[in-house]
Design a protein around this ligand. Structure first.
Ligand code: CDP
Ligand code: MG
Length: 739
């Protein structure tokens, strides 16, 4: 990491703080047993001597207004706007003036590159314009891709509302494991990953008349691969139109790539934003962010606040802290309305962030990077930017991928600041120094394709018949090493043969909208007679949200209830047990409540499970009629997919080393193996907070490794004890691994 470090702030601490904060909040009226320890931490927040000092730096002091900057709206105008009809709002968006010119450009050119400031109406309006102009005649659809599923859902909901139709009918969306479209659908929002999947069943995208690749500047892995595939289609399909939409001005690059496609720019319209920096680096940005929000609330005129955090755990911690302060500040200050938004936020809570703020109150939106460009929230005048986001990071040498809190780029920081200037002049509080901005932040984001495991994509491209990956027309090619690594991994999984061709197993794996490892584990489950169990485990692992909850007033009960699910073999078996007990209880909501299990997560897992069962049917893998629950068979099947993720207990203390690359890792504190510390484990994923934690862990017998992955593990890799340790390649590698 660069900029200020978030010293020692781990997910677990965040979680613990959250529990303490929640408990403290509950104990506000002297409730029994509620620890009051955190009072001191936020007590003085609204005292001015405790304020974080911000400075305005001469260098990048102001994000200038852009285009014709209109007069700031009067209170009457703001009021009128809040009560305008949806159609009036549509006509007031910057894209509206360019409607005809846009349609004209699309009529004339196969590929059009379009840029426009976030919030100008690209995502919500363009598909409607195209529909009104006749592009959906004859039953063709207009597709629009989004890098994030929350954006796809929320935008589709908005457009359905504007068009006065039921979501899922004429206007729908499609995200992994959730298809909300019908035969009547003419405007379809989808994640870029879902469009990639559609290529597998329909390589010419025959159902679409126009495809909008939206948020192209984000350069997600899916978008980058789509570029290559779409470019090809545009060359041979005369009746398709492609729109590449981007919020930033790097349009030249897109235009060059798409055979000099014309660029269509919607003039920007943004009020100036004053930029503030901290005087010194902040040791704890989460704390600083909470402080800054309270400072703004106390000292700044009306206007909503947008805070950029890195993930759900941070957002929940900040929310608890702010709610508590909001309560104790009582009637002396206006109400603070806290609205979180992150990838796994349940659909029914998403509407909250768009609800207009009542008079006298102030809305604080706690968002992940999703609010940088994908989602626009009206009324924001203050932005708090700690300068971090969570990113995938990938080491092509070891093939290991993990989620890491990373500093944003300068471009990202400017985008974030720009969110404050949409409705009136705004302010952005950066929780880092001006010096750090200039000297420590990268100028631009690195495209995801250059920092991710390509296993998934390579498998998909192979199944589309694209064999020569090195010469695929990438806009920015991934490192050759990363492609090689992906090929090696797919070979080790048995998805490719030694000539790099897809095997029958590989073809089956590609059918599953899952990472190759998880797909392989399911298919291996069939071999061991436990496929039904594996499908349940895969569904639980894919459900995205926490399975357990610990309400503040019943922490002891909750912990005891959770402990009852613990399994000696590890977390996967525990997830299976939770699901099966729930199923045996008739999928009951009450059972969840009593067991302190998240009902919503379980319903989602059930839904995913049903879909995976359909897929099994399609690839002709029979289900075992009766679940034997054979724990060894289940753990073997998991190992058959996840053998790359093997770690061995170090002889010193409770830490682990990965077997192939000798990286230091630990069992996640919430794992049921956290105390047992078996000698050999396989994990589902790594999360990096204060260190690398293995999340969802099972115990294995090292002998299985050479059985399930003979191309990957030699007996010497998995020999017990001293001998293997001495077999480490050389002292240098060891030193490097420890560094
Ligand atoms: O795509 P772009 O950033 O250009 O703009 P957009 O997402 O189409 O947003 C246009 C307008 O629709 C903004 O004023 C948003 O606040 C509003 N909108 C909304 O109210 N609810 C949504 N779920 C999405 C957009
Ligand atoms: Mg958009």
């Amino acid at each position: 990491g660069k900029v200020t470090s978030k010293d020692g702030f781990s997910e677990q601490q965040a979680w613990e703080e959250l529990q303490i904060a929640k408990a403290a909040a509950a104990g506000g009226n002297g409730g029994p047993g509620a620890p009051r320890g955190t009072e001191k931490k936020y007590e003085l927040l609204v005292e001015e001597e405790d304020y974080i000092e911000f400075v305005v730096d001469a260098g990048d002091a102001r994000l200038a207004g852009e285009g014709e900057v209109p007069e700031p709206p009067s209170a009457a105008e703001t009021h009128a706007k809040a009560h305008a009809s949806l159609q009036e709002v549509r006509r007031s968006l910057p894209v509206y003036k360019f409607r005809d010119a846009f349609l004209d450009a699309v009529d004339k050119h196969k590929v059009v590159v379009l840029t426009g400031e976030t919030g100008s109406g690209k995502t919500t309006q363009l598909p409607q314009y195209l529909h009104e102009h006749g592009y959906t005649r004859g039953g063709k659809m207009i597709g629009c891709t989004q890098p994030r599923r929350v954006a796809a859902m929320s935008v589709a909901a908005r457009v359905a509302e504007e068009a006065g139709v039921t979501l899922g009918r004429e206007v729908g969306y499609s995200i992994r494991f959730e298809d909300c479209t019908s035969d009547a659908t003419v405007i379809k929002y989808m994640t870029d990953g879902m469009l990639l999947r559609e290529f597998m069943s329909s390589p010419d995208l025959g159902a679409y008349s126009v495809m909008i690749i939206d948020e192209a500047h984000e350069r997600t892995l899916g978008t980058d691969i789509l570029f290559g595939l779409i470019k090809d289609i545009a060359r041979y399909r005369d009746d398709i139109r492609i729109v590449i939409a981007s919020a930033t001005l790097d349009a030249e690059k897109f235009s060059d790539y798409f055979d000099m496609a014309p660029i269509f720019a919607i003039p920007g319209r943004r009020y100036p934003v004053d930029l503030y920096y901290t005087k010194a680096p902040e040791a704890d940005y989460l704390d600083a962010a909470v402080m800054t929000v309270l400072q703004i609330h106390k000292s700044q005129p009306a206007g909503d606040v947008l805070v950029f955090l890195t993930g759900q755990a941070e957002i929940e911690t900040a929310q608890a802290a702010l709610e508590e302060r909001g309560r104790s500040a009582g009637s002396t200050m206006g109400e603070l309305i806290i609205a979180p938004i992150y990838a796994n936020l349940p659909a029914e809570l998403q509407a909250n962030i768009f609800a207009p703020t009542p008079k006298g109150a102030r809305k604080v939106v706690l968002a992940t990077n999703i609010a940088e460009t994908s989602v626009t929230i009206d009324g924001i005048r203050y932005v708090v930017d700690p300068g971090f986001c969570k990113q995938k990071s990938f080491n092509p040498r070891s093939g290991m991928e993990s989620l890491v809190v990373t500093p944003v780029s300068q471009a990202g920081a400017r985008q974030r600041a720009g969110r404050a200037g949409r409705v009136a002049p705004g302010k952005c509080f950066r929780l880092f120094t001006a010096w750090a901005f200039e000297n420590e932040l990268e100028p631009n984001n690195i495209p995801e394709i250059q920092r991710t495991n390509l296993g998934n994509v390579v498998l998909m491209l192979k199944s589309l018949g694209i064999d020569d990956l090195i010469h695929f027309d990438f806009m920015d090619p991934p490192p050759v090493e990363a492609i090689t690594k992906a090929l090696e991994q797919l070979y080790a999984l048995g998805a490719l043969n030694d000539r790099g061709q897809l095997t029958k197993l590989g073809r089956r794996m590609a059918e599953f909208p899952l990472d190759p490892q998880l797909a392989k584990a399911i298919i291996a489950g069939a071999e061991y007679g436990v496929v039904s169990e594996l499908v349940t485990i895969a569904a639980m692992l894919s459900s995205g949200n926490a399975v357990f909850f610990r309400p503040k007033d019943k922490i002891l009960h909750a912990d005891a209830a959770h402990k009852a699910f613990h399994k000696d073999g590890g977390d996967h078996l525990m997830l299976l047990a939770v699901y099966n007990e729930w199923a045996a209880a008739g999928y009951s909501k009450n059972w969840c409540k009593e067991s302190f299990v998240q009902y919503r997560t379980m319903c989602r897992a059930r839904d995913i499970r049903d879909q995976l069962l359909h897929l099994l049917d399609r690839v002709e893998i029979p289900l075992n009629e009766v679940e034997t629950g054979d724990e060894v068979a289940i753990r073997k099947a998991v190992t058959a997919g996840f053998f790359f993720n093997t770690a061995r207990l170090s002889r010193t203390g409770g830490s682990y080393k990965t077997v192939k690359h000798q990286l230091g890792v630990s069992i996640h504190p919430q794992s049921c193996l956290n105390e047992k510390l078996p000698r050999w484990v396989v994990y589902f994923e790594l999360v990096f907070t204060s260190r690398e934690f293995m999340r969802q862990v099972i115990e294995i017998d090292p002998g299985w490794l050479t059985q399930v992955a003979p191309h990957y593990y030699k007996p010497s890799d998995v020999a017990e004890g001293e001998r293997a340790a001495r077999k480490m390649p050389n002292a240098k590698a060891r030193a490097r691994a420890q560094a």
